[in-house]
Design a protein around this ligand. Structure first.
Ligand code: FPP
Length: 254
């Protein structure tokens, strides 16, 4: 990977004035198609995931170039445990390697890393790496990179519901106090802005349990490219298409 010269700063996203909408500020990506990319080349699936990490590095760089404030990527789902143990281990190893090899550089680039997801069931060394990455970069003010790991939208909502039920049982809140803001504040993705745009690569047309709550009004785009082939131009084109979208949030628009 080429050395990136930028500190990755948010807020430089294109502004309106040309009749197009501003932003997006927060893009979320379902990085799909690693297995097919590898199979098409007669390679083991693990090679597809390895190349997927390279594509992730390119995507982070592209977010900096294109002035995004936040990038969320789906790197391991609560349902991915159903995969063969060897593949699960590969994905865990890739998280380990990514944090060990990229953390200091991302920190120097002012990137804030967050790793939303279920902590239970994760190995001790992974938990330590997650804590190290999150703590080291917590004060950074550039791009926020959310690596959703052991993440599932339904599990996130169940976890939030349990926290609220406990708070009611302990008398800290009343059931009628619960509103969208309060439920949102219990989620693993709390503190993130709602994604403006959710991209999925590989041509599959599903959300697969990704950002069910915060993605309620996200614009969706499905790209035909497999994740390991994802490049700067794919993100740039998606942003261009986003800026032509009419977002009404249930209203009637301008
Ligand atoms: C889906 O492709 C992709 C995943 C389940 C994992 C995505 C992970 C990475 C891109 C690398 C991990 C990065 C870090 C930092 C941990 P698939 O395997 O389901 O592809 P297929 O549908 O073609 O089989």
């Amino acid at each position: 990977m080429s050395q990136t010269p930028f500190p990755i700063q948010p807020g430089a996203a294109p502004k309106t004035g040309d009749g197009l909408r501003a932003g997006p500020d927060h893009v979320a990506i379902i990085m799909d198609g690693n297995g097919r990319w590898a199979q098409a080349r007669g390679l083991p699936r693990a090679m597809g995931h390895r190349e997927g990490v390279e594509a992730l590095r390119r995507a982070v760089e592209a977010c900096g170039d294109l002035g995004l404030g936040e990038l969320t990527v789906f790197s391991f789902s609560t349902e991915n445990w159903k995969r063969p143990p060897q593949e699960v281990e590969t994905l865990f190893d890739l998280l380990r390697m990514f944090v060990r090899s990229d953390l200091q550089r991302l920190h120097r680039q002012n990137v804030r890393i967050r790793i939303p997801g279920e902590r239970e069931g994760l190995a001790g060394d992974i938990l330590e790496l997650i804590e190290e990455a999150v703590d080291l970069t917590a004060g950074n003010s550039g791009l926020t990179l959310n690596i959703a790991f052991n993440y599932g939208g339904r599990a996130e909502l169940v976890d939030g519901a349990r926290k609220l039920a406990l708070a009611v049982r302990e008398g800290r809140i009343r059931p009628e106090d619960i509103d969208e803001a309060m439920l949102g504040s219990t989620l693993w993705t709390a503190g993130s802005r709602a994604p403006d745009l959710i991209l999925r690569t590989s041509g599959e047309l599903r959300l697969s349990n990704f950002l069910l709550w915060s993605g309620a009004y996200a614009e969706l785009m499905f790209l035909e490219v497999n994740w390991p082939d994802f490049e700067h131009r794919h993100l740039a084109q998606a942003i261009e298409a986003y800026r032509r979208r009419d977002r009404r949030f249930g209203g009637v628009g301008a």
